[in-house]
Design a binder for this molecule. Structure first.
Ligand code: ZN
Length: 608
């Protein structure tokens, strides 16, 4: 390209081709040395574009109807043909045909002065800029300045701005003004790998095209044609492997093909082995072996595989990544059976992968995925990555051959229902046992125990019936005397309870007037006199102490329960962290004296 931004790293060329690919003759300025394939086989016509049929159709229609946008935005991953398409558009806009009289055409002739100059990157009206290196407002100002002048030899000045998302905010603003009122002889073609970083004000003034990742089959066919044109023999599996590794990018794939040609040059053929060695895929079958061992829960075998992979220079984190990738592939294979016949899967995945997928369950693979994802993070932060990988493998072997926790508990629960009677504290009225093991390993169990279950008999309408000390506590709560309620629970040990006489042993933390407060509470609640006597006898534990003891007993019973034991044995290293009662005891007991609200209600609703 000529003009303002002539720092493009190297001249480009292309083959003029219809049908099979064909290399273009080298430009006169260039030495006849080896040209990289990506440059040599860069498309020069819309029909040469690989795997972008939708885009080509739309642009062809636009040219046919002479409704060509004044700004295009091409987005897509690297190497799918964004700037290549931009250059074809520049020629299509400016081609004058073999006779010099032609107008804009979707099929530029390739021989007219404009076509040749653009092909040779020396057209004064086709201006290319890489926004990655020129991000400032001054760079854009140069462009805007240039838009004020008529083209020198072309019909249309074409500004190609690559990686446009890299422009600064000021640069975008400057550009926006020109985009809002573009001079008729100006076209912009933008390309970006990160469309989300392009301001919507810019996007809204462009015709946007999303270039797709090129399908593996399409890439493989293209690379095979290029190999043929280069008179290179390459095994089909080798081409497929390159196409897969290219990850949708024609340019990346051709670069890989370049490397493979260099490696296989002396043997005259590029084999699948050469390519898999080059791509680091040689250990692919090892990953399958490793997955086999993990699925079998065979720790020794798993560690041996890791040892040998490590000796061969494999990186522990990469091995785990490969396992993760295989877990994903196997999950897809299980979910989409047709995938087995897809060319996007390597031979090994289609044969051994299918076999493994048939053996494994989706929950198993899901668990493997979770543990591996976590393991990979651990390896990243580990000081001894190798040891960390060992530990992860051991963990995987241990746990992955187990059924999911929920299933296991269900099974064990049924087992224990038949085999042994359950200890009382974790037997609930419904006979249910609930255990949940999360990553924290906490286990919860049903228990009916309720401390404040002493609800006064409802057939004494106006007064509380006090039959036991719990009734006194409930009364304090009902009266909303929370301080007294707390003292009753914590500071009072009952020595004797013979209404209307109660003998108590008070803790040193109890207030001096506690006995008096208790008797006035009782008298107010029962309309009779009570005697509160203080005793030095030990008495029964306070309610709080009793609850604590009960909880400890229930936890012991839960730990001793055969089902819980089985769960603990099955998940090595797990422990009971918390003991939950699923239904909290009712905080406020029903009261037989809750008359005030009802009275009000009655007075409102009773007609008489
Ligand atoms: Zn032309």
């Amino acid at each position: 390209m000529a003009g303002l931004f002539d720092d493009d790293p190297a001249p480009r060329s292309g083959g003029s081709l219809l049908g099979d690919v064909q290399a273009a003759p080298p430009e006169p300025t260039q030495t006849p040395s080896y040209r990289v394939l990506a440059r040599k086989y860069r498309p020069v016509l819309f029909d040469d574009l690989i795997g972008q049929e939708g885009l080509v159709r739309t642009i062809r229609n636009a040219f046919a109807m002479n409704r060509i946008a004044h700004a295009f935005m091409f987005t897509g991953v690297r190497g799918v043909g964004k700037t290549t398409t931009a250059r074809i558009i520049a020629r299509a806009l400016n081609c004058v045909g073999r006779d010099g009289n032609g107008g804009p055409t979707a099929d530029p002739c390739g021989v007219c002065a404009n076509c040749v100059a653009i092909l040779q990157d020396r057209h004064p009206d086709v201006i290319e800029m890489d926004a990655a290196s020129k991000t400032g407002v001054d760079d854009v100002r140069d462009i805007i300045e240039a838009t004020r002048f008529q083209p020198m030899m072309a019909r249309t000045k074409v500004f190609i701005i690559d990686e446009v998302h890299m422009l600064s905010r000021h640069a975008f603003n400057a550009l926006l003004k020109t985009l809002e009122e573009p001079p008729p002889h100006i076209k912009f073609v933008f390309a970006t790998t990160e469309i989300r970083r392009v301001p919507v004000t810019i996007l809204s003034r462009c015709q946007r095209f999303d270039l797709k990742r090129v399908a593996v089959e399409t890439l493989a066919a293209h690379f095979q044609r290029v190999a043929l044109a280069e008179k290179i023999t390459i095994e089909p599996d080798a081409v497929d492997a390159i196409a897969r590794a290219a990850d949708g990018s024609v340019r990346d794939g051709l670069s890989l093909l370049d490397q493979a040609i260099a490696l296989g040059l002396d043997r005259g053929i590029i084999t699948a082995d050469t390519v898999s060695g080059m791509l680091g895929l040689a250990d692919r079958s090892m990953i399958f072996d490793l997955m086999d061992a993990i699925a079998a829960g065979d720790i020794a075998r798993s560690l041996r595989f890791l040892d040998s992979a490590h000796d061969n220079g494999a990186e522990p984190g990469q091995i785990m990544q490969d396992l993760l990738g295989l877990a994903h592939t196997l999950s897809r294979l299980k979910s989409i059976p047709d995938l087995v016949s897809s060319k996007s899967l390597p031979e090994l995945e289609r044969t051994r992968g299918k076999k493994l997928a048939d053996q494994l369950s989706i929950p198993w693979l899901g668990r493997l995925w979770q543990m591996l994802s976590k393991g990979i993070l651990e390896i990243e932060h580990a000081t001894d990555r190798r040891a960390c990988a060992d530990m992860i493998l051991i963990r995987l072997c241990h746990v992955t051959d187990l059924p999911p926790p929920a299933e296991l508990v269900h099974k064990l629960s049924q087992l224990s229902n038949h085999s042994s009677p359950r200890p009382a504290p974790i037997t609930s009225p419904t006979g249910g046992f609930r255990a949940a093991i999360g990553s924290s390993g906490s286990i919860g169990a049903d228990s009916p125990a309720a401390v404040l279950d002493a609800i006064p008999d409802p057939d004494i309408p106006a007064q509380w019936r006090i039959d036991r000390f719990e009734d006194v506590v409930a009364l304090a709560l009902e009266r909303q005397d929370l301080r007294l309620y707390a003292h009753l629970r914590h500071d009072v040990r009952v020595v004797r309870f013979v209404p209307p006489v109660i003998e108590l042993n008070l803790a040193s933390t109890a207030p001096r007037d506690l006995a008096a407060r208790i008797s006035s509470l009782l008298e107010a609640g029962t309309k009779r006199r009570w005697t509160i006597a203080l005793s030095r006898e030990q008495g029964a534990p306070s309610l709080a102490e009793a609850e604590e003891q009960e909880n400890a007993r229930a936890l012991d019973a839960a730990i001793g329960h055969p089902l819980v034991q089985a769960v603990l044995d099955t998940f090595p290293g797990s422990r009971i962290e918390a003991f939950h009662r699923p239904e909290p005891a009712p905080e406020v007991p029903r009261s037989v004296t809750d008359t005030t609200d009802n009275d009000d209600f009655d007075s409102l609703t009773n007609e008489d």
